[in-house]
Ligand binder design. Sequence first.
Ligand code: SF4
Ligand code: SF4
Length: 255
Amino acid sequence: MVPDVRAVLKEEISRYVGQYCLDGGIESIWGEPLVGFADAHDPGFDMLKALVQDSHHLPGDILPGATIVVSYYLPFKESLARENIEGESPSDSWGRAYMETNLLSVGLGEHLASVVRSMGFPAESPKDVRRTEGTIVSRWSQRHIARMAGLGTFGMNNMLITDSGCCGRFYSIVTGLDVEPDPPVQGENCPFKNDGSCGACMRRCVSGALTPDGFDRHVCDGVGVGNSARFGGVSVCGKCIVGMPCSFRNPRRRV
Ligand code: SF4
Ligand code: SF4
């Protein structure tokens, strides 16, 4: 019987996270993952070179002959998010969550790639995905890839709003899997983009980086960098993704 690859990968993510917490003696701060499949030949990857930066990777740069980029979303738990609602500075637990998720994600990506290889397909966990020297953008935009993988649409807070919300982190592996890619979500999950309603993230932003005209990456980055000394150099803020109608659900109106 052909395995349900999506179900296998979701189960493996949950299993890995559970073991990571057991080994580290920590309580889990992550919820149920989502998994989507992007076509490695989606023209959107070429467009990212223009949209994000010229040195943005293509799937084939990471795995020659790539067919499917597996994108996965690790939501934070609501209890963690609640602790970051008050105040202008990130809560200690929010900062620690980012540091912990960065650590978790390295081994998790390698593990998922090995799971895909054990199914008989090549797979690589992308390296060298951090921002390039002198820029504030990365060479592998996880959120744009998640968009191509059908996991959601961008909200006014510049996060991808999935069916489980936007309060979490996105990762991916590049594979030679023989599965159908998921279609990108049609329309918009963010109500502001549909009819101008909501706008809570723009009212909450601590820096003015979010306006109806768009997202000012440099202004937002300055806030994160300003907070990073408290959190081992990890840039954090996240006030616009906690306590929002889109934090843990998809607020899209079904019409
Ligand atoms: S808070 Fe409201 S306007 Fe902002 S991204 Fe979420 S749904 Fe859209
Ligand atoms: S992360 Fe902070 S500074 Fe950046 S857009 Fe959100 S609230 Fe504004």
